[in-house]
Write a protein that binds this ligand. Sequence first.
Ligand SMILES: Nc1ncnc2c1ncn2[C@@H]1O[C@H](COP(=O)(O)OP(=O)(O)O)[C@@H](O)[C@H]1O
Ligand SMILES: [Mg+2]
Length: 334
Amino acid sequence: MLLVMPVVRLTNHRLRNSQRRQRLEIQGLPVRFRLAPPNFHRPSPSAETVFLRPAPDAFQSCPLGVRHWSLGIPTMSSLVFTIANQKGGVGKTTTAVNLAAALAEKKIPTLLIDLDPQANATSAIGIEKQAGRSLYGPLHGEGTALERIVATSYEHLSLIPSEEDLAAAEIELAQSENYLAKLRNVLEPLKASGSFRAIIIDCPPSMGMLSMNSLAAADFLLIALQCEYMALEGLGQILRNVERIKGAGLNNTLELGGVVMTMFDIRTNLSRQVVDEVKKHLPEKIFNTVIPRTIRLSEAPSFGKTIFDYDPLSPGSTAYRNLAKEVIARFGLK
Ligand SMILES: Nc1ncnc2c1ncn2[C@@H]1O[C@H](COP(=O)(O)OP(=O)(O)O)[C@@H](O)[C@H]1O
Ligand SMILES: [Mg+2]
């Protein structure tokens, strides 16, 4: 059984210090809540940002052993990042999962959306696929994205899982009206709810309907680029798709947020050359952090764990933590 995260709105709720530890019940669960740390992003001075945290006894009856969740409420603006690239096996999912986990580790309320029918991100985070839990329904006008959110075993990290039926959405969406704006419309209420500061979308390895929808829905595109021959050619293709979306008037504010170089192999000159080349073309966009090729990063998903859980002191772990620091600074996530 997966626990669906309850959604609560405490608009302009003012809490005094003496009220920091209160109890309330949400959907029958006792919940303790506390104020967000003082340095937390707070766009409106008249509103308090509140984290909700369940009391320890809240999950005694939860078979999955889900331990934590939290919600940032109510006035954070969410930033939507899509990790898209028409190529498979370049490190999109590894980056989506571990970047999301690293942001959550920094107490940034983060939602990972698995938009790939192969559901690799879902299993990598230790959640079982379950029929009816993906965005397939909402993309077809049935139910909402909010209802599809599940808690993970990581604090501050939630997930909208994937399942195989999303593959059908690739074909079916093309036959509907406004087919490129579907995901954008589905995510609108989620963004407006302010429950998450960062929403990260993991895309399938093609520039089909789902990936194009994610471009139309995102504030920023993050590109995972493998340090390999012809990397720049792949980059050009993705950037042309960004222009297509913008040209169609679907998302005028979409921006390339950054390029993450993945699977850097210190033993080859090629890796270094590819990084230098991308740096020359996109000096402002390439992240300084380069993700090394390491066995530990490729092993972690088969245990349903993030790299921080699987091998917290490994080079892969350090790299994704550093990437998260850069992302936080670049996009003002704190
Ligand atoms: N930095 C890395 N070092 C070693 N293996 C990696 C690394 N990043 C990803 N992998 C492995 O490479 C394969 C493809 O990565 P993945 O993130 O699934 O790519 P994509 O989502 O683009 O298809 C997976 O088996 C993954 O575990
Ligand atoms: Mg993938």
